[in-house]
Write a protein of this length. Structure first.
Length: 184
């Protein structure tokens, strides 16, 4: 992804990840995964499979890993890029645009200590502003079927359910994903 303009102002606590953030991000991922495994793992994430630090380092190097801080801790994280993990799925999107104008939200997570404070919605709005500032045509994402908290969040933010598809993760027990799109 080309260097994206980043909104300032009300999102001043959100910024691109830096190498010195990665140790904190590993703790963040461990905390999120531990919480999911102790409660209800709606997204189907598994330690060692997703999210991984290898994925995080790659996203950081590409400039598309965003973090929100509360004091010195990471409160939320998100990847926003132009890379689809839905290439093989036959999806009838609302808008046709060149790949560089389509943005994808991946691995949006909020630390358990900061849940129910609107950080997920704040990150989605932040993503919309980045995409709009960079001539984005739409934002797309996928949600594991049955992940009602995520589906509610995206619908609340104006995303439209498009279809339920396989993304090839059946061997991990993740056969169906709902795909959403918001035209900008």
């Amino acid at each position: 992804m080309a260097e994206a303009q980043t909104p300032m102002g009300r999102y001043s606590m959100i910024r691109k990840a830096k190498p010195e953030d990665m140790a904190k991000l590993e703790v963040f991922y461990d905390d999120v995964l531990e919480y999911l495994n102790a409660t209800h793992n709606y997204p189907g994430w598994r330690k060692g499979l997703h999210p991984t630090m290898e994925e995080a380092f790659k996203s950081m190097e590409e400039g598309c890993l965003y973090l929100e801080f509360a004091d010195e801790s990471i409160a939320a994280s998100m990847v926003l890029d132009n890379h689809s993990d839905m290439e093989d799925a036959c999806v009838s999107w609302q808008t046709a645009a060149p790949a560089e104008r389509i943005y994808f939200i991946h691995t949006l997570a909020v630390h358990p200590e900061y849940m129910k404070r609107g950080l997920g919605e704040s990150f989605v709005r932040f993503a919309e502003e980045i995409a709009a500032a960079n001539n984005g045509a739409a934002i797309r994402l996928n949600v594991l079927k049955g992940n009602e908290p995520a589906a509610r969040l995206y619908k609340k933010c104006g995303f439209r359910y498009i279809d339920t598809v396989s993304l090839g993760y059946e061997r991990y027990g993740l056969p169906w994903f709902e795909v959403y799109e918001k035209v900008l």
